[in-house]
Design a protein around this ligand. Sequence first.
Ligand code: PLP
Length: 392
Amino acid sequence: MYDIELIREDFPVLKDVIYFDNGATTQTPVQAVRAMEDYFFKYAANHGRGAHGLARQTTEHYENARETVARFLNAPEENTVFTRNTTESINLVAQGLQWEKGDHVITTLVEHHSNLLPWMRLREQGVEMTVVEPDDYGIVDPAKIEEAITNRTKVIAVTHISNVFGSVQDVESICKLAGENGILSVIDGAQSAGHTPVDFEKIGCDFFAAPGHKALLGPQGTGILCMKDPSIVKPLNIGGGAVTSVTTTSYELDRSPSRFEAGTPNIPGVIGLGRAVEYVEELGVENIESHEKKLAKKAAKGLAAIDGIKIYGPEDRAPVVPFNLNGMHPHDVALILDETRRICVRSGYHCAMPGIVHMGLEGTVRASFGPYNTSEEVELLIETMEEIALLI
Ligand SMILES: Cc1ncc(COP(=O)(O)O)c(C=O)c1O
């Protein structure tokens, strides 16, 4: 059973605030914080580099976290790499593939900057980019992606769930299309992993990038990259921990995942992430999804009924509800929500400036929900917005 009151006890900060900024980052349950505390107080050492007991214990916990995350995403464990965040995961792919002048990338106008700029930067190497437009609800038609394919298209990079609209993309069709045309597919799972069941194998993508610090409830500074074939990607960094042998003139890279994790990784963060993912598994991602969808539906309906408020995105949405109040800047709305009721929402361009500008906007207010939010909290948001709307 999904016992929201019990769940909320695992997130002490929720006694003081209404946290609706889960699209940016989430709260971390005490269980995951305690796992990190155990690392610091009981066995802190480096990963994979020592014969002594503490190093072995650290390595075991770190690798257990990998096993948990890979199982959760149904991705091959040896091809599941820890990074700092989604942004680093996508950059790893964009920088790691071999490019030739004239190669072509397809992405979309609903992308977060983190799934746009790493591809845009490849222009320096002569790579061309097509940005496919979504419909008015932020949904990208796979047929439009198909139309954009050229004989030089090497990568199709698309977000799974839009952080601007809450729209869910048909990633399975897009990846199938990519595969049939010999094109690599990169899925930005920043807003999907942990909110909805994610199955790397079923999606059929070549790369799936995800944050540890959003719906997987892990700490900040953790990210994930799952790969189908890591041999086609050069590591972003090389150095200690990434090689099997070194002379003064040559080196041999270790296998994946070690070759992609040079240097001391975020050991406590990854251990915390592993425990956080177990926590998500305990709640059940399907339960989380249906709980959050109900909240999003209620928020969208209640807000849309207020005079002067416009909601964006599709009716069948992920737990992201963007809106604007006519006559008030999104930042002002967010400030008032915070100052009057300690309701935390995000406002502005949401790191998706081209998409927001394309909508003719200067930003939106975004309420995004997590597994610990309640229906009463949503009611308070609606009530407060009714009061704010009267100020105009
Ligand atoms: C769709 C999307 N992609 C990428 C990112 C960047 O994620 P990270 O902060 O983990 O790098 C975000 C963050 O909000 C996002 O919403």
